[in-house]
Each structure stands twice: as C-alpha cells, then as structure tokens.
Design a protein around this ligand. Structure first.
Ligand code: FES
Length: 314
C-alpha cells in the first residue's frame, strides 16, 4: 500500500472528475506501464480500481478520471467527494491491459470514460514513435474527458473523435476490414460498445490474440436462480457450503481462508483460484473463452459451480 494525497481535482467533462495523486513525502511513485490501474481505498471502506491516464513516464503523480454514476455501487460518488489535500491509501499499479510491444500497428478504441487507459496507451505509443490510431466515441464533446489535451497533443492527427450529437459515427466495418497479425486492437468502454467493437473485429476475421479489452464495470447479470453447492479445500479436505445467496469468496472468508480480492465483480482477476475438480460456472469478464473452457480456474468473487462440488487448490 502507498499513501498518496489528492494534489488537484478538476472537472474533466460533464460528470467526470479528474484527480491528481502525489506521494505525501515527495518521493517518486512506483513506475507503471500503459494500461495499469490502481486500487483506491476510499473513505467508508470501499476499494475501487481506476486506470491511470497520465503519461507512463511520469513518476511525480498518478492521474485518474472518474465518471459519477448515480446508480453505481457508491465508489464513484465517494471519489467525487474527495477534496484537495485528502490522504488515501492506494495499491501499487498493476497491469491487466498491457500493450503488446511486438505490434506493428495499434488501433485504440475508447467509449466514454473508457478513455482513461487508452489515453495512457496513446501517450506511450506516441513517445516510442509507434504507429497507432485512437478512436474516441462519446455522446458529445462536453461529456468526453481530455478532449482539449488530445487536440493539443503532439499526436493530435492520430486521434479521431466520434460524437453522437455531431453525427460522427464509428465506421468499424471499413476500419477493421484489413485484419493482419501485426495490428493489435485495444478497447475500453461500456459493455455494449466493447461488444460492438470486438464483435465487428471477430466478424472481420481478427485473431483473438490481437484483441485486447478492459472492462471497468461488470454488465448487470440477468436475473438467474443461484443454487447452493460446496467447495472443498484440497490442502485440508475441509468442505465449505456456499448457499444460494452468498459468494464463494464470502464463504471462504467466513471459514478463515484468505483469497485476495479487489474488484469483487469478476473484472480484475485478483481472486483467480485453481480448480482441481468439478465444473465452475464462470461469471467473470476476466478469463478468455479458451481459459473458461479449460475449467481449471475461476473467480470466487462472482463465479459459481455447475457441479455440486468444486475442489479448489487452496
Ligand atoms: Fe476481481 Fe475477483 S476480485 S475478479
């Protein structure tokens, strides 16, 4: 954990607050790579993940931007109440959305607040002289963060804005028509936007290993009937019941078994646990389809079981 201070807060767009975090003692912050996020420990005990959006060469600050979500789980509202000078605990940066350095070309797609890791990536790619294009979609310029920064950046000619109210649609079919193994695609934004971009790329024949995505919130799960099941710890044989209305992670905690948690909604992969027997019912957004099909790991913060018992490598 690192203690930081809110050094500056500014409105980046309608409903989007930008925060600059610095170390309290003036020491450089741990280095980070483009696509990294931090866990922010908020007053009231909430822990939320936010992508770092500043230039990854910077060590004197971390910059995040947070959209206020009226019907969210409370994290964004707590962030919007932070004032300058407040001290907070954060984790070291972690990267689950890294740039592929072997890429000859990169296509970056941001939807709304999904610009945060994408902005960081664009700055890194521009810094290294890499070939890239950034497509930024939002309802309007007033609801899009960092528009001025992008327009004034040295890579402004690589940035294409697609604002709904200006009728500037994203023409994915032509953009993605020529899939080649040297081009990598990165997308971050609301679930529907990401599915649209990824689905269009797949339809155009893009290989899965060239598609990279980061979700910033789990899509609401359709109402479904959860069944109870048991998990068994391989190390001790202990059997733990998981009732229909509790998660595996919650029941492991009750039993005194430590599993690291962060997002608690299947996005970050922090809680990933090996499954030795049984069939998980995957509800995360972290694993690839291939990894899910292997059924040898799952995310106990949200995933459940198809079988009546899962034996966990714990
Ligand atoms: Fe993030 Fe489980 S805690 S995936």
């Amino acid at each position: 954990m690192i203690e930081v201070m809110v050094a500056a807060r500014r409105e980046q767009a309608e409903g989007i607050l930008g925060l600059e975090l610095t170390s309290v003692d003036g020491d450089p912050l741990p280095a980070f790579s483009a696509g990294s996020h931090i866990d922010l420990h908020l007053p009231g005990g909430l822990v939320r993940q936010y992508s770092l959006c500043n230039h990854p060469e910077e060590r004197h600050r971390y910059e995040i931007a947070v959209l206020k979500e009226a019907d969210g789980r409370g994290g964004s509202q707590a962030v919007h109440q932070l004032t300058e000078g407040v001290r907070l605990q954060i984790s070291e940066p972690r990267n689950l959305f890294p740039l592929m350095h072997e890429a000859r070309r990169s296509l970056l797609f941001a939807g709304g607040i999904g610009i945060t890791p994408i902005l960081c990536m664009a700055q890194r790619l521009a810094h290294t002289g890499a070939d890239f294009e950034l497509h930024y979609c939002a309802r309007s310029a007033t609801r899009a963060a960092f528009v001025d920064r992008l327009r004034q950046s040295p890579f402004a000619e690589r940035v294409h804005f697609h604002f709904d109210d200006e009728g500037a649609r994203l023409e994915l079919a032509s953009m993605l028509a020529s899939a080649d193994s040297g081009t990598h695609l990165y997308v971050c934004g609301p679930g529907g936007f990401m599915e649209h971009v990824l689905g269009s790329a797949r339809a155009a024949g893009w290989a899965e290993e060239n598609l990279h995505r980061e979700y910033f919130a789990a899509a609401p799960v359709a109402e479904q009937v959860d069944r109870p099941f048991v998990v068994q710890l391989a190390s001790t044989g202990q059997v733990i019941e998981v009732p229909a209305d509790r998660t595996v992670a919650q029941m492991l905690e009750v039993a005194g078994v430590f599993v690291p948690l962060s997002c608690e909604q299947g996005i970050c992969g922090t809680c990933l646990t090996r499954v030795l027997e049984g069939e998980p019912e995957h509800r995360d957004l972290f694993l690839t389809d291939e990894e899910r099909a292997a059924n040898d790991q799952f995310t106990p913060c949200c995933s459940r079981a198809r079988s009546t018992r899962l034996v966990l490598d714990l």
